[in-house]
Ligand binder design. Structure first.
Ligand SMILES: [Fe+2]
Length: 281
């Protein structure tokens, strides 16, 4: 039993917990950080409300959980490579995070997590949904688990970055798409074991996973499509409604997420810092 230093209210049966009684802009003691990390492991995403966080304090909070991850597809696009401003303006026809995904999984060591802070939030719309990938794995049949065990998947950023992806046109948040851009490609186990909880989870996503290692595209596609859809079945999901000053800190190993595009005529602006992770096993 943890010696809880703050209040935790669970958001759903599938995951998510709102933490109250913590001002993350302050210098927090090691015990409080350990409790937040524990809550993240237990509930996959933790939320905070009514925080006042400038960029420096945002980064300082992130550093309590690991090194800050520099995103290769956004580096050079703003003054500070440790920060991504996730911006959607009225009239944008596309936006960041529009498919169910885990962040940056084309990287050999994908981020442990991301800390997203709400700055300009529409009166309604633009919620973020999350899907618990422990539950997704647990719900698979014994036969499917056996088939996936030992299988590796190829992850690439070819669908979401670079000139061929065509994503910059129509959206305010720009990634690198110049002639010097190169695809990043790696492989990860399809079933990953969480380095802290020791639990198994499904680790494929629509934005980055392009096939199974050693199989053709045609062979991979039907099973991948099943796993993508299975991984975000409604009973594995939970939904966060943003307010100005809200924080969502997700475990990028055990969850997928999607930003909803129903912001209509309103601006949506959030600041993201990613925390480095380790090589999936
Ligand atoms: Fe994302």
């Amino acid at each position: 039993m943890r010696n809880t230093r703050f209040d935790i209210a669970l958001l759903s049966g599938a995951g998510g917990a709102e933490i109250s009684g913590v001002d993350v802009a302050q210098e927090l003691d090691d015990g409080t950080i350990a409790e937040i990390r524990g809550a993240l492991n237990d509930h996959c995403v933790v939320f905070f409300r009514d925080q006042e966080l400038d960029a420096e304090r945002h980064k300082a909070f992130a550093r309590r959980f690991g090194e800050i991850f520099i995103h290769p597809n956004y580096v050079g696009m703003s003054d500070d490579p440790e920060i991504l401003m996730v911006r959607r303006e009225p009239g944008d026809t596309t936006y960041v995070g529009e498919d169910w995904h885990t962040d940056t999984t084309m990287w050999p060591e994908p981020p442990l997590g991301a800390i997203l802070y709400g700055i300009d939030i529409p009166p309604y719309g633009g919620d973020t949904m999350f899907a618990n990938q422990y539950l997704a794995y647990d719900a698979l049949s014994a036969g499917m688990k056996k088939m996936l065990d030992g299988l590796r998947a190829v992850h690439s950023d070819i669908l979401v970055a670079g000139p061929q992806a065509g994503k910059n046109k129509g959206r305010s948040t720009k990634h690198r798409d110049g002639p010097d851009w190169r695809e990043t490609r790696t492989t990860h186990p399809v079933v990953r074991t969480h380095p802290e909880t020791g639990r198994k989870m499904l680790f494929v996503n629509k934005s980055y996973t392009v096939g199974f290692e050693g199989m053709t595209e045609a062979e991979s596609r039907p099973v991948l499509d099943f796993l993508f859809e299975h991984g975000n079945r409604p009973e594995f999901t939970f939904r966060f409604r943003w307010q100005k000053g809200s924080i969502a800190f997700w475990d990028n190993r055990s969850t997928k997420h999607i930003a909803l595009g129903d912001t209509g005529p309103f601006r949506r602006l959030l600041r993201r810092v990613q925390v480095c992770g380790d090589r999936p096993v």
